[in-house]
Design a protein around this ligand. Structure first.
Ligand SMILES: [Fe+2]
Length: 189
């Protein structure tokens, strides 16, 4: 879906907030030592990439993202946290695609987000393939996230400039994440 230029500022602003949220979640997870050792190197790179996106957007929008000094509380179990980050990265990617349709010069951002989503998708696949309590916890986390998702998407689309497209965009984003979650085996198809 191609949005008019009037939506550009809102797309950038919300993407900035989403990136800031993911960045803080990653930082909190690393500080708390939740991710397994083989994941930490990727998360450090990921942290740098999201921080770079943030700086780029802050310069462009001439605003700072709302960053509290305190890090958010994150889940203690990687099987839960991986699903949560996967969900937010998937939402971020859908949003990045809309942004890139409006501003093709920002295509590198959508490519970075594709990489992030693919990484967490693999993590989720790995968790699900192991079976046992971790798999159950991961599926529960996905259900909880899915229940909150319509509200989250509403927040992503609350800008006035989205009004004429809001319902279509919401349906498109939710469908896309539903398909993704079902394909990976987190939810029933
Ligand atoms: Fe990302």
């Amino acid at each position: 879906m191609r949005l008019p230029q009037s939506c550009e500022r809102a797309l950038f602003e919300r993407f900035l907030k989403a990136e800031a949220m993911i960045l803080q979640t990653i930082r909190a997870a690393l500080k708390k030592g939740v991710p397994p050792p083989d994941v930490v190197a990727f998360l450090r790179r990921h942290e740098e990439e999201e921080a770079r996106h943030l700086r780029q957007f802050e310069d462009l929008l001439e605003m700072t993202s709302i960053r509290k000094n305190t890090l958010p509380r994150v889940a203690n179990q990687w099987c839960v946290l991986a699903v949560q980050i996967y969900g937010y990265e998937s939402l971020g990617l859908e949003y990045a695609k809309l942004l890139v349709h409006t501003r093709p010069d920002f295509s590198a951002i959508a490519e970075d987000e594709e990489t992030h989503v693919a990484f967490f998708e693999n993590q989720v696949r790995k968790i699900l393939s192991e079976g046992g309590p971790q798999t159950t916890e991961a599926r529960k986390a996905a259900q909880a996230l899915r229940r909150r998702l319509p509200e989250t998407v509403d927040r992503y689309l609350e800008a006035e400039s989205f009004a004429p497209f809001r319902e279509d965009l919401k349906r498109m984003i939710l469908n896309s994440i539903d398909r993704r979650f079902a394909a990976v085996g987190l939810t029933a198809p």
